[in-house]
Design a protein around this ligand. Sequence first.
Ligand SMILES: [Zn+2]
Length: 80
Amino acid sequence: MVLNCKHVWAQISDYIEGDVGPELREAIEEHLAHCRHCAAVLDSTRNILYLIADDRTFEIPVGYSDRLHARLQDEIAGGE
Ligand SMILES: [Zn+2]
């Protein structure tokens, strides 16, 4: 299975939450090992998910994650 950046992005929150099958997980990890952009995206997304999951954090505006996601998708699209 060969993934491009958009495929990785579509799955990244499921990947972080461990909600992908072993084949897809392996394909994503393979892609992340070679793609610095997606590795950075993974870090950012993971940080945001942790913040959202933290009940003590109230400073993340609603829709922040959606906007980040959209912006990064634009960047990915623009880089092709
Ligand atoms: Zn990538």
